[in-house]
Each structure stands twice: as structure tokens, then as C-alpha cells.
Design a protein around this ligand. Structure first.
Ligand SMILES: C[S@@+](CC[C@H](N)C(=O)[O-])C[C@H]1O[C@@H](n2cnc3c(N)ncnc32)[C@H](O)[C@@H]1O
Length: 349
């Protein structure tokens, strides 16, 4: 039986990271009750940006369900993105790998809390992994718990995010309705990289710097915090060799634009890629340093990466710079999560 929904539905975020997914759900009108992860840096950022939410450092491969239930009470929606290595099925993967339990942890928590809905996000190739068996397992496991499960691969740039990031999203509804995924909001009017970051300068800014230049796009207007403060905008100082090479790559170009003798200096097909100022960025990763600013001879700052992930400037990252890049790259873009949250809220009510 579907439960009665709280006035502002309560969300529990599993594998929460810094909380990109939660932030989007909060923007959509949900109450974020808690984030659970086993990474303190990400939890510190989560706590800083979700006032009123609790954080728990818990190994979700082995959660204490009783204790969590006691701490958190009723939950309306469980969201989360277990690491994809956690979705093993019997067979060729190592059955002793503790990561196998991560997806099971998600299922156990949904079973324990019996929410009206769950949202599970992941990399799109989860759908075809193990000849589709993993996807089928997800659908079956949650069907057994009484959910109607619907899934879809979504492209973030269709929902206002200046990035071509694809993610699969599974939504389960206790009401047995099929979830209606949100229609693209910006399919013909996608935000470009320049629209997202052209107001951020090529110099270090002290955290809290008040930006005085005018916003150059509606996205920048939206992203700027009410206090116009910029945080997490410290440049990376590259070796001169790196600066010399990237300076030969034009806006939107890549290693193929380098003289032949330099084309194989990095053995990945995304090497020496400059963002295209007039298009959307490729997937923002956790800081592999292959993607460069469309104009400046450096990788994007954490703040520029965060903008491309659609984090507004009021969302502040803590921890070392390496850790901040990882938190940003791991996240579900808040604007994408917001659109999923809005559709879910409509359907739940
Ligand atoms: C892809 S990230 C999640 C990003 C998040 N959904 C967001 O929108 O910001 C996956 C997270 O799973 C966490 N994780 C990995 N193994 C875990 C475990 N055994 N227990 C709890 N969290 C774990 C990682 O620390 C990481 O933050």
C-alpha cells in the first residue's frame, strides 16, 4: 500500500557524495533529511550545503538497518547512485569483492524504509552490462518489493545543463504507476560552455571574492549567488610544456590539432581537448586533466567545472582541490536532478 506522503516529501540520499542529486531535489521542493556515504570530504560538503540535513559515514555495503531507521524515521523517497562496480551478478566477477554488496545495500534500505518512490542513477552502460541482466535484476528486485520500475537514459544538456553527460535513471513507484520522465526543457536552446563560464576570470580568486562584472548570460545570472560571491576558483599551474602544447589547440579542438610529433603524448582519445565555447562540454570527470578551458591555457577551475555541472555559485566545495574535483565530477547535475524531482513530485502528489 502506498504510504501517506509528508507535506514536503522527505528524501534520503544514499552514496550521496557532495549532494548534487540532493541539491536538485531540494530545488524541486523536497526536504533532504540525510546523506549517507563513506567519504568524509564529500559528507562535509554535503552538510555545508544542505542545511538541516544529517550526514552519516556508513559503509553501505553493510548498513545497520535498525539503527538507520531509528535515526531517520519515515522517508518518502530514497535516491542514490551506487558505484557501478557494485552491480555484480553471479559469474565472471569476483564474488568476494566487497563492492558487490553496494547495490544490495541500496535494495535493503529501500526494503526497510518502504518509501513511496526511489530514484537510482548510474552510468548509461549499466543498461547493456552483462547482456542486460543487471538492468533486469534491478527491475526484478524492486518489483518484488512492490514497485513499478521505469528507466530512461537522459542527456543532461536537454535539461539546461551545459554538458553532454548521459546517465541512466531508474524510478520505482509504490503506486504501481509508470513514472513519466520529464520532457527535455532545452533541446533546441542548450546552454553553451561560454554561457556557463565566460564571466570567470583567468586569475585566482580568494574564496568569497565578490564578482562585480555583469553576468553575460541568463545561466550566469541564475548561477550567481545572491551575495555574488565566488568560491573554489583557484587556477592550476601547469608545467610550461603543457601550456605550450595546449596553446596550439584551438577552441573546440583536440590532440589532432597538434603537430604530428606531439599527437601521441597522452594515450587517450580525449587528450588535449579544449572545450568548445559554443557547444556543451563533454562529461566533467573527476579531474583527469584532459579537458582544457576554451580560451585559457589551463584546465578548468573547480568553480568552472561546478558551473558546467550546473552547481550554482552558492554551493561551496570543501576539502583539498583534488577532492573537490572528484566531488564535482561524481555528482548528478543539480539541474537535471531538479527536473527529475519536479516530475516525481507532480506524480506523487
Ligand atoms: C557517483 S558518487 C555519488 C554522487 C552523488 N549522487 C551526487 O549527486 O553528488 C558515488 C559515491 O559512493 C560513495 N561510496 C562508494 N563506496 C561506498 C560505500 N561502501 N559506502 C558508502 N558510500 C560509498 C563514494 O564515496 C561516492 O561519493
Amino acid at each position: 500500500m502506498p504510504k501517506k506522503l509528508s507535506k514536503k516529501p522527505k528524501v534520503l540520499d544514499l552514496f550521496s557524495g557532495c549532494g548534487g542529486m540532493s541539491y536538485g531535489f531540494e530545488m524541486a521542493g523536497f526536504d533532504i533529511v540525510a546523506g549517507i556515504d563513506d567519504w568524509n570530504d564529500a559528507l562535509a560538503t554535503f552538510e555545508k550545503n544542505h542545511s538541516g540535513a544529517k550526514v552519516f559515514n556508513v559503509d553501505l555495503g553493510n548498513p545497520n538497518l535498525q539503527e538507520l531507521k531509528k535515526e531517520l524515521g519515515d522517508i518518502d523517497v530514497v535516491v542514490g547512485g551506487p558505484p557501478c562496480q557494485g552491480f555484480s551478478i553471479s559469474g565472471h566477477r569476483n564474488p568476494d569483492d566487497p563492492r558487490n554488496n553496494l547495490y544490495k545495500g541500496f535494495v535493503q534500505i529501500v526494503k526497510k524504509f518502504n518509501p513511496s518512490a526511489f530514484v537510482l542513477e548510474n552510468v548509461p552502460n549499466l543498461v547493456s552490462m552483462d547482456q542486460g541482466k543487471i538492468k533486469d535484476n534491478i527491475i526484478n528486485d524492486f518489483q518484488k518489493l512492490g514497485y513499478k520500475v521505469t528507466y530512461k537514459i537522459l542527456l543532461a544538456s536537454d535539461y539546461g545543463v551545459p554538458q553532454n553527460r548521459r546517465r541512466v535513471v531508474f524510478v520505482g513507484l509504490k503506486s504501481k504507476q509508470e513514472f513519466s520522465f520529464p520532457d527535455p526543457t532545452t533541446p533546441n536552446d542548450k546552454t553553451t560552455v561560454a554561457e556557463a563560464i565566460s564571466d570567470l576570470p583567468d586569475k585566482d580568486l580568494e574564496d568569497g571574492f565578490k564578482i562585480k562584472t555583469k553576468a553575460k548570460s541568463s545561466f550566469q545570472n541564475w548561477a550567481r549567488s545572491s551575495k555574488s560571491e565566488i568560491h573554489n576558483h583557484q587556477l592550476t599551474n601547469h608545467e610550461q610544456k603543457t601550456v605550450d602544447l595546449i596553446s596550439m589547440v584551438p577552441d573546440g579542438g583536440n590532440y589532432k590539432d597538434l603537430p604530428k610529433e606531439f599527437q601521441n603524448t597522452r594515450r587517450v582519445n580525449i587528450a588535449w581537448t579544449r572545450f568548445n565555447s559554443k557547444k556543451q562540454s563533454p562529461t566533467i570527470d573527476t579531474g583527469h586533466r584532459h579537458h582544457f578551458h576554451y580560451k585559457f591555457n589551463r584546465v578548468p577551475t573547480v568553480r568552472e567545472s561546478a558551473r558546467l555541472q550546473s552547481f550554482p555559485d552558492g554551493f561551496i566545495f570543501t576539502g583539498s582541490k583534488t577532492s573537490q574535483y572528484k566531488q564535482v565530477g561524481n555528482a548528478v547535475p543539480p539541474l537535471l536532478a531538479e527536473k527529475i524531482g519536479q516530475a516525481l513530485l507532480k506524480q506523487l502528489s
